[in-house]
Design a protein around this ligand. Structure first.
Ligand code: MG
Ligand code: ZN
Length: 227
C-alpha cells in the first residue's frame, strides 16, 4: 500500500515537471491553452467543430486531440482548416503533460493564439493531471444526468468553466438543471457556467465572447510583462 502511494506521487511529480515545461513553452509562443474535459460522447469534438469557424475569424486556433486510438477527431478538426495534432494514449485513460509536450512540439504553426487540448473522454483521472494549461473546462451533457457532478466531483471542482452541453435535448431527457447548478455552485462557486448546444448554436456566441476576453487579457498581460 505504502509503495503504491509513493509510486503515484512520483508519477504526479514527474508530470508536474513536464507541465511546467509546457507552460514555459506556451508563454514563449504567446499561446493560451484550455484543457477540455468530459466523459466520452459528451460532445467535445462537436462543440469545437461548431466553435472554431467563428472563433477563427478573431484568433488563430489549434487543437490537440486525445484518444486511446484512431485519428478520427483530429481529422474532423483538420477539415476546418486549422492545425490539429492527435495523441493516441494506447490504453491510458487520460492525457499527461509529457504527451502534450510532444504534441506541442509537433505544431508547425508558431503563431497559434489558443490551443484546445481535448482530453481523453473520462470524468475521473484527467482531473489529476495538470498539463500546463491556463484554463480547465469541464463539460457535462444533459443525457448523462445532473447527478454526475456529485458522483465525479474533482473534474468539476477544479475547472474554470463548466459547460452543460446538448441543451437542445432537454425536452427529451430527465436532466435537473436546478440541481446541476446548485451542486456545481457548491463545489465550485467561482466557475463560469455556460449552457450550449452544438446543434442549434444556442450559447455558442456567449462562450466565444468569454474565450476572446480571456485570450485578449492574456495577450495584453504578456505584452506588458514580457522580458
Ligand atoms: Mg472527441
Ligand atoms: Zn486515467
Amino acid at each position: 500500500m505504502g509503495a503504491q502511494i509513493s509510486i503515484q506521487r512520483d508519477v504526479l511529480r514527474g508530470n508536474e515537471e513536464w507541465a511546467k515545461r509546457n507552460r514555459t513553452f506556451l508563454k514563449e509562443r504567446g499561446t493560451y491553452a484550455m484543457n477540455l474535459m468530459s466523459s466520452p460522447g459528451a460532445g467535445k469534438t462537436s462543440l469545437l467543430e461548431r466553435l472554431i469557424p467563428d472563433l477563427s475569424a478573431h484568433i488563430k486556433v489549434g487543437v490537440i486531440e486525445g484518444d486511446l486510438c484512431t485519428t478520427l477527431d483530429a481529422e474532423r478538426i483538420a477539415k476546418l482548416g486549422i492545425q490539429a495534432v492527435q495523441i493516441n494514449t494506447h490504453g491510458a485513460c487520460h492525457l499527461d503533460a509529457r504527451m502534450v509536450h510532444d504534441a506541442l512540439q509537433s505544431f508547425t504553426d508558431h503563431t497559434v493564439d489558443l490551443v484546445f487540448i481535448e482530453n481523453v473522454g473520462n470524468l475521473v483521472c484527467p482531473a489529476d493531471f495538470y498539463l500546463g494549461e491556463h484554463h480547465r473546462i469541464a463539460m457535462l451533457s444533459v443525457t448523462e444526468g445532473a447527478d454526475k457532478v456529485e458522483k465525479y466531483p474533482n473534474v468539476f471542482t477544479y475547472a474554470d468553466a463548466l459547460i452543460v452541453s446538448k441543451i437542445d435535448l432537454l425536452p427529451y431527457v430527465n436532466f435537473d438543471e436546478q440541481s446541476f447548478e446548485m451542486e456545481a455552485r457548491r463545489l465550485n462557486p467561482n466557475a463560469s457556467l455556460f449552457r450550449i448546444s452544438a446543434v442549434t448554436g444556442e450559447g455558442i456566441d456567449e462562450w466565444i465572447r468569454w474565450i476572446l476576453g480571456i485570450v485578449r487579457e492574456f495577450k495584453n498581460e504578456r505584452g506588458s510583462n514580457s522580458m
